[in-house]
Ligand binder design. Structure first.
Ligand code: FE
Ligand code: FE
Ligand code: ZN
Length: 269
């Protein structure tokens, strides 16, 4: 959802389709200026959370951010947008903030990883109340964060790394080559060994339009893609995942999300 709808409205929409949390864009997903958030609206949202049993939401940075762009002005825009988003999110203490690490656009993985870490080192501060999540990426083009090792590299270079976590996107890891269909346990063990399970704070649940390792990043409805319903049953019931917040980013309207939430709840038992 987009925060331009208002926070109370987003919480009510989530509840109306059977959700107990939601993800929202801090501003237009394609970027641009965000209008000010209304403190009364946010207060009403928190009041509604208590009534409806909704957990604190996940904020998603615009897709257009690229903390490791080749051009200085692209990196500067990422820095300023993230700094502004994180300042605003102090109004929603306990929120998660997810972003796509970026695309190095020919600079190479090492340079990309360093620029992403540099950006984080400039926007995080000691007393902040938000946890910032690196999203696992499909490895489209020159995307950084396309395997667990790269996420680990970024985290290792962030000074306030206790403010950091990871959001695992099922479509992205599948497209990135991880076999979450035949070997979910093995993939999660690799994540645990490389990144550490304590870093895992959120899951994006998406099926994929493409076969494993395709590096395409085209989301499909749950059970209608190459990952398939049975794999999602194992994902939502896995001991390492089942207590995490799950967010759908499938190609749906509200009624489609409502049906997927019902199906996933049924699977989760
Ligand atoms: Fe994302
Ligand atoms: Fe995602
Ligand atoms: Zn995606």
């Amino acid at each position: 959802m987009s925060s331009s709808k208002g926070f109370l409205a987003m919480a009510k929409t989530a509840e109306s389709i059977g959700a107990n949390t939601f993800q929202f864009f801090t501003r237009n997903p394609r970027g641009g200026a965000a209008k000010d958030w209304d403190p009364r609206d946010i207060q009403e949202m928190f009041g509604y959370f208590e009534k409806a049993g909704i957990a604190c939401p996940l904020a998603h940075a615009p897709y257009t951010l690229n903390a490791c762009g080749a051009q200085e002005r692209v990196r500067q825009f990422a820095l300023e947008t993230m700094a502004d988003d994180l300042k605003r999110l102090e109004q929603i203490p306990g929120a998660l903030y997810n972003f796509h690490p970026g695309s190095h656009v020919g600079q190479g993985d090492e340079q990309g990883i360093q620029q992403i870490a540099d950006t984080l080192n400039r926007v995080l501060w000691e007393g902040m109340h938000t946890t910032v999540l690196l999203e696992t990426m499909a490895g489209k083009g020159s995307e950084v964060g396309r395997n667990f090792e790269q996420l680990r590299e970024i985290l290792d270079r962030v000074e306030l790394s206790q403010k950091m976590g990871v959001c695992l996107d099922t479509c992205h890891v599948w497209d990135g080559g991880y076999d979450i269909v035949e070997d979910l346990d093995g993939v999660l063990a690799a994540f645990d060994q490389t990144v550490g399970r304590a870093r895992l704070k959120a899951i994006h649940l998406n099926d994929s339009m493409n076969p494993r390792g395709s590096h395409k990043d085209r989301h499909e409805k749950i059970g209608q893609g190459h990952i398939g319903a049975e794999a999602f049953r194992r994902i939502v019931t896995h001991p390492m995942l089942r207590d995490l917040p799950f967010y759908l980013e499938t190609p749906n309207e509200l009624d489609g999300y409502q049906a997927e939430i019902a199906m996933l709840r049924e699977m989760a038992g």
